[in-house]
Design a protein around this ligand. Structure first.
Ligand SMILES: NC(=O)c1ccc[n+]([C@@H]2O[C@H](COP(=O)([O-])OP(=O)(O)OC[C@H]3O[C@@H](n4cnc5c(N)ncnc54)[C@H](OP(=O)(O)O)[C@@H]3O)[C@@H](O)[C@H]2O)c1
Length: 172
């Protein structure tokens, strides 16, 4: 997911730096995408510096066991570790279809939930990846966005990965 989004964002003119297990310095970034396994959240965030005030976009699905105790959503857990603005996004679409977005007749949707300070950059990066942002509200609704993956996986289990669009009737 991280590499795929990096390619899409570079194609849209953004400067993207990929940070792996060795960590790195994120200071001055407009946003940081967190796309590691659920079990590596604390490790990954602990290996980077310069996160203060940088919006973190959490794309992680809770598919590897329970969420950390005391946290309703993975996104709220991420926020507890960074202390800065957080968004939940990119977790409800398939990275395997990133190179086929151009085939779609309509712009596919990306549901997200975000702190106010993370909203603008999250929407911009969703658009830059070829999706239309659909707000599910503030970070308090991140759990709903995480739970949406249940429907996504159930449908994909029947008919394979798909794109979808959420829009009022006149925009469908
Ligand atoms: N793929 C999708 O369609 C999709 C869709 C929605 C959400 N997601 C979410 O996105 C996340 C990544 O999924 P993926 O499919 O991209 O998996 P992936 O291909 O296995 O990529 C995971 C990446 O995380 C890195 N990583 C693991 N532990 C790390 C650590 N401690 N510090 C820094 N980096 C670490 C891995 O590095 P190494 O290469 O060194 O192991 C790898 O680059 C998951 O949480 C998944 O739920 C994926």
């Amino acid at each position: 997911m991280g590499g795929g989004l990096g390619d899409l964002w570079r194609s849209a003119g953004h400067e993207v730096v990929e940070v792996g297990r060795d960590g790195g310095d994120c200071s001055g970034s407009d946003a940081v995408l967190l796309a590691v396994p659920q079990t590596a959240i604390a490790d990954a965030l602990g290996s980077v510096s310069g996160l203060e005030g940088v919006p973190v976009i959490d794309a992680i699905n809770a598919v590897r066991g329970p969420r950390p105790e005391g946290f309703e959503s993975l996104a709220q857990y991420v926020k507890s570790l960074t202390g800065g603005p957080v968004a939940k996004a990119f977790n409800t679409n398939f990275a395997s279809l990133y190179d086929r977005i151009g085939e779609a007749r309509a712009t596919p949707s990306m549901v997200y939930a975000a702190d106010d300070e993370a909203r603008e950059v999250t929407e911009a990066l969703i658009r830059a990846a070829g999706f239309e942002p659909v707000s599910a509200g503030g970070l308090e609704n991140a759990r709903a966005v995480e739970d949406f993956i249940g429907v996504i996986f159930a449908v994909a289990g029947q008919s394979g990965p798909f794109l979808y669009r959420i829009a009022p009737p006149d925009k469908l």
